[in-house]
Design a protein around this ligand. Sequence first.
Ligand SMILES: C[S@@+](CC[C@H](N)C(=O)[O-])C[C@H]1O[C@@H](n2cnc3c(N)ncnc32)[C@H](O)[C@@H]1O
Length: 252
Amino acid sequence: MSEFDDDLHSLQLSDDGSYTAYSKEYDEHYHSTKDGALKESLVKHVLPAFTCVMKDEVSILDICYGLGFNTLATLLHVQENFPDKKIRIYSPELDVSLIKSLKYFTYPEEFEKYKHIILALSNTGIYEDEKIYIEIFLGDAREYVKKFKNKFDIVYQDAFSPSSNPILWTREYFKDIREAMKDDGVLTTYSIALKTRLALYENGFHLYLNSGKEFRSATIASPSELNNFERVDIQHKISCNPDVQSLKDKDL
Ligand SMILES: C[S@@+](CC[C@H](N)C(=O)[O-])C[C@H]1O[C@@H](n2cnc3c(N)ncnc32)[C@H](O)[C@@H]1O
């Protein structure tokens, strides 16, 4: 048992050698243990997002903070490849005790240089320097996203699965996400479920496949057309599955 473990969370080794956690409340891991926590964060979120977004200042909505891999992997990727970029990350997280315990989590050595950031976020929910601003909102993501209009270049949609946390995958939720995003923004998610893709499509997103030899396929979505990814033929998928519906708030 590690210092991080408590009644609701336990540390789990994943297949790329990085640790993730298991949530007893949601009966789910925070990352795919097969893809690996750090690798999943990089290949399903950070790398595809930064392939599309080339700006000098990038605003990111990280849904939800969890162990913070998407936020920390963003810092790693940007500092290694675009050291002059300014990054602003906004991340809701409902689980206050998780955030407080992150200073005890066993992060991969790639994140060692961010110890001061992890500590500041765990203790105060805010970190800021000349290039980086990060805030964790301790509360409900559904309320938080409504505060923003036309703000985000990137959204990491990394909630627990649609079956265990459906409130963060409905058509109404993605309407608020769309309004919070810029027209040329990009959303990344590990979900390839047709229900998820439909909820995005019904809000005007174009859908793309994020696939690679060494990880399970994922989805990229944008209000604008993207050139660097294979388009998902959503009409064909609907015609093959005519009874599938997007999740709706009223059904939960
Ligand atoms: C799959 S984990 C996120 C993993 C995270 N992106 C990472 O890289 O470590 C999902 C997180 O969503 C949080 N959560 C669940 N419902 C929420 C809500 N309504 N608002 C904010 N956070 C929520 C959970 O507490 C959990 O930490």
